[in-house]
Design a protein around this ligand. Sequence first.
Ligand code: CMC
Length: 445
Amino acid sequence: MSEQSHGAESGKASTVEDNNSLTVTDNRTGKTYNIEIKDDTVRAMDFRQIKVNDDDFGLMTYDPGYTNTASCRSAITYIDGEKGILQHRGIPIEELCEKSSYLEVAYLLNFGHLPNEKELGEWVYQITHHTYVHENIKSFMQGFRHDAHPMGMLLASVGALSTFYPEAKDIDDEWQRWVSTIRLIAKMPTLAAFAYRHSLGLPYVYPDNDLSYPGNYLSMLFKMAEPKYEPDPRLEKALDTLFILHADHEQNCSAAAVRVVGSSRVDPYSAIAAGVAGLYGPLHGGANVDVLRMLQKIGKVENIPDFLEQVKQRKELLYGFGHRVYKNYDPRARIIRSHVDEVLEATGKQSPWLDIAIELEKQALDDEYFTSRKLYPNVDFYSGIIYEALGIPTDAFTVMFAIPRTSGWIAQWNEMLHDPELKIARPRQIYTGERDKEYTPMSER
Ligand code: CMC
C-alpha cells in the first residue's frame, strides 16, 4: 500500500498506480479516490473521506444483515460456500469426523493445532474435572417453571455462571481466559442435561467422570435407577460426530453475537450467553426444531408437492434448507445423513420422518425454484431425526447444537481478544425518523 494510493483523493480521474486499489469517482463532486484493496476487501472507513464538503460526515457503507461485510480477521474456520468446503484450522471436516474426537477438535479450534498425546490427555482431564456446577446453579435451575424451554434455561444458566466466577472478568489474565474456556466446554453439557431433566420432572444426574464427553452427556440425560449408566458405544460415537459437526462455523449469527457482546470486554460467560440467545432463533440453531415440526406437518410423502407449492408461494419456509454462505450442499448435512441409519439401527427405532425428509430433499433438488436459488440441505435438515431417535424431546434439539458450538464461540472470543484491530462493535445507522420536533405537553396529545 502506498501512502498516495491508500485512500488518496484527487480532483480529477487519476491513474491507478497501485493495481491493488479501487478507483471511485464521486459524481456529486467529480472527485476521484483510490481505495486500497487488501485480501479482496476494501475498508469501509476509507469511504468516510468521500465528502461533498468539509461539513459532510462522509460516505458510509450500508449492509443490513452483514451480507457482504467482513467484521474480523480469523484463522479458525474456513468455508468455501460455492464449493461446499468446511475446514477447521485448515483440516477438512470430513477428516476430522473420521479421525478425530470432539474434544480434540475443541482443542484444535482453541489452540490452533492438533494436540499431542500429552496435551490431549491434560485437556480431556481438565474438561472432565470441571463438569460439576455449584449446587446453587442446580437450585437456580429448579426454580424454572416445569415447562420452561431448555434453551431459555441454558441461556439463563450460562449467563448466571458469570456470577459464580466473578474473577473471569479479568479477561486480560491468560489463566482466567484458559480456565473459563475449560469451564464453559465442561459445564455446558451439565447445564443442558439439567434443563432436559427439568422438562421431564426428573431428578438431575451429576456428571460421571469415568465416561467420555458424549458418554457422560448421555448418562446425565438418560440415567435412571441403575448404579452406573453404560452408553452404547455406537451412540457415543454418533453423538461425538454430531458434536464435531456443530463445533464452529465462522462468523454466523451466534458467533457474531459473542464477538459483538465480547467486544465490550464483558466476561466470557455473559458473551457466550449472547451466543446461546442467537442460536435459539429458528433461522439459526432453532431450525433443527422447525425441521421436525415441518416433517410432522407434512405428515406423509404424498403431501410433499403441496407443501413445496406453499413454500414457493412464500406461505411456508423449507426449514433445514438454504444458507447464507453455502450455495452448494452443506458438507455437514452430508455427513449427518450418512449417520442416520446407523443411529436408527443402534436405537432399534424407525423414524416416521426419514422417508419424508429423503423425498422432500429429492423433490426440492429437482425443482428449479430451489436450484436456481442454490438452496440445499443444511446441517439442521437431518440432525433432528437423529436427536429424536436418541430420545431427545424436540424442544431440546437446539441445546444439542449449543453444547458443541461452545468450543467455537470461546475460540472466536479468545481470538477476538488478541486482535490488534479490536474495537467495541458499534454499527452506524441511516436515521429515518423525524428531527427537531417540539415536545407536545400531555394535555395537547
Ligand atoms: N425456504 C424457502 N426459500 C428460501 C429458503 C428456505 N429455507 N432459504 C432461502 N430462501 C429463498 C429466499 O426467500 C430468497 O428468495 P428470493 O431471492 O426470491 O427473495 C432466496 O432464497 C435467498 O435467500 P435469502 O433469504 O436471501 O438467504 P439468507 O442468506 O438471508 O438466509 C437462511 C439464510 C439460512 C436464514 C435461510 O436460507 C433460511 O431461512 N433457511 C431456513 C432456516 C434454516 O434452515 N436455518 C438453518 C441455517 S444452517 C444452521 C445454522 O447455521 O444455524
